[in-house]
Design a protein around this ligand. Sequence first.
Ligand SMILES: [Zn+2]
Length: 150
Amino acid sequence: MATADLDPDLSARLFQSAVHAQSLAHAPYSRFPVGAALLGEHGQVFTGCNVENASFGLTICAERAALFAAVAQGVRRFRAVFIAAPTKGPVAPCGACRQVLAEFAPELVVYSRGQSGEVARWRLDELLPHAMGAADLELGGESAAASDES
Ligand SMILES: [Zn+2]
C-alpha cells in the first residue's frame, strides 16, 4: 500500500491541503512557511504548518505539527505526507521530522512540491535509512507506536 502511487485527484487535493496549511504558517523569523498534509490509513487528512517562536529552538515543523494532531486524535497509521514549501523545487523533511515520522510510519510515502510545481516522491526509509526505533531501546521488542493501536 505504501509504495503505490496515489490517485492523481487525491494527490492534488492533498497538495491543496498542504498549500492551505502553508498559508497559515507562523514563520516571521525564517520567512519560510511550510505546510503538510498527512494521509491516515483510512483516508483521514491531518494538516500542519510550521510554528516558529522567538526562542528559535521551540519552533516546530509542519510535518511534526500534522503528525502530533493526528496522534492526538487517535490515528497512528499513515499512508503519505504531502509537503508544500516556498523553495523553487521540492524539499525533503528535515532530519528531526524524518525521525518523528518514522516512529509511526517507516514506509511512509513523502511527496513534496515547491514553487516550480515539480513533485518529488520518496519513501521515508529511503530518506532515513537505519532509523532508531523503539526496538533499539530494548523495551521488549514491541514497537511503542504499535502497542496501543486505536
Ligand atoms: Zn522538520
